[in-house]
Ligand binder design. Structure first.
Ligand code: NAD
Ligand code: UDP
Length: 345
């Protein structure tokens, strides 16, 4: 019998890729999403890509803060585990609307945990972020580095991690894996699912993609005076399929009796600058990305990349794809869906 996995936020960018990998690995996936930052077309596309596994996917348009709706779902079936992606993630917006972020991300998580425990499901994989390292004093970032947050979005991740540690401390039956993602980019190699942000993108690669398809005129490079190889910021970009596979590894790890509340970085361990990323994208797409050098973005760290040894040792997981594949798949998705899901051909 396949295990049922509840995936909150499963219509979103990382969620949709993870749901596909879950289905292909033989799990049943039940997605809960309010579609605030996603489209139900993503769910239909995942079903198409899943082929014979498509019938193992169910979708429910539910807001996590709607406790009665969540209760009803948990009463209708047993879940082996929950992968919890649902949350708001725009740093700038979180500075403007902190209460909205605390309510959505933290209240949503508390309600989810309450309903889980009421129905005897105590296995959780949570989407944390490298943002909890703040501006790291040293790289690579090991899981033991001191934690800090630079904005309300980051604080929601930090507080949810602490909530999870407290919940586990109070009841050791809980098994919780906190995954700290570095910078997810790329798309499924088919080009049928990918990232479709609302409005003007905040992140580098969705912005580059929109310049490449002619939706935006040029990329502003936020700072070229950092102490890095070419002066631009350095990050650890990770292919979204590798990230999705990291979740499968985490779900498998939940069966290990030694798991309590654990934290793992999901990154490649390699740092890439903004200019290196743009050059790689230009090479695979054949598109010129006009650049405008701009001031540093407030709150940006100079260099962030992961120490990935812990995930490798304990989850038996390692990223397989490099920058070239990330850019190739980003471009494949962009060129097939220049206006995202709703208006794509
Ligand atoms: P996304 O916005 O594409 O997906 C999040 C999904 O959650 C969306 O489909 C949205 O509609 C849904 N959602 C939001 N609030 C909800 C609620 N209250 N109830 C039900 N559904 C709700 O984002 P993503 O890039 O796929 O990120 C997934 C998770 O990973 C988020 O928690 C994010 O903070 C975290 N994360 C993302 C990145 C990144 O760069 N993309 C990096 C680190 C961590
Ligand atoms: N960046 C940039 N222009 C943009 C968006 C991002 O130069 O329009 C830079 C940013 O300063 C950082 C890197 O690209 O050095 C990655 O930024 P992103 O927002 O994608 O990720 P984060 O900073 O949250 O790790």
């Amino acid at each position: 019998m396949s295990q049922n996995i509840l995936v909150t936020g499963g219509a979103g960018y990382i969620g949709s890729h993870t749901v596909l990998q879950l289905l292909l690995s033989g799990y049943r996936a039940v997605v809960v999403d309010n579609l605030d930052n996603s489209s139900s077309v993503a769910i239909s596309r995942v079903k198409e890509l899943a082929g014979e596994h498509a019938s193992n996917l169910d979708f429910h348009k539910i807001d996590l803060r709607d406790k009665p709706a969540l209760e009803k779902l948990f009463a209708s079936m047993k879940f082996y585990a929950v992968i919890h992606f649902a949350g708001l993630k725009a740093v700038g917006e979180s500075v403007q609307k902190p209460l909205m972020y605390y309510d959505n991300n933290i209240t949503g998580t508390i309600i989810l945990l309450e309903v889980m425990v009421a129905h005897g499901c105590k296995n959780l994989v949570f989407s944390s972020s490298a943002t909890v390292y703040g501006s790291p004093k040293e790289v690579p970032c090991t899981e033991e580095l001191p934690l800090s947050a630079l904005n309300p979005y980051g604080r929601t991740k930090l507080y949810i991690e602490e909530i999870c540690r407290d919940v586990h401390q109070s009841d050791p039956e809980w098994k919780i894996i906190l995954l700290r993602y570095f910078n997810p980019v790329g798309a499924h190699p088919s080009g049928h699912i990918g990232e479709d942000p609302c409005g003007i993108p905040n992140n580098l690669m969705p912005f580059v993609q929109q310049v490449a398809v002619g939706r935006l005129p040029s990329l502003k490079v936020f700072g070229n005076d950092y102490k890095t190889k070419d002066g631009t910021g350095v990050r650890d970009y990770i292919h979204v399929i590798d990230l999705a596979d990291g979740h499968i590894a985490a779900v498998k790890k939940l069966a290990d009796p030694s798991v309590g509340c654990e934290v793992y970085n999901l990154g490649t361990g390699k740092g890439t600058s903004v200019l290196e990323m743009v050059t790689a994208f230009e090479k695979v797409s054949g598109k010129k990305i006009p650049l405008v050098m701009a001031a540093r973005r407030p709150g940006d760290a100079e260099i962030v990349y992961a120490a990935n040894g812990k995930a490798e040792r304990e989850l038996k997981w390692m990223a397989k794809y490099g920058i070239e594949e990330m850019c190739r798949d980003q471009w494949n998705w962009a060129s097939k869906n220049p206006y995202g899901y709703e208006k794509s051909a």
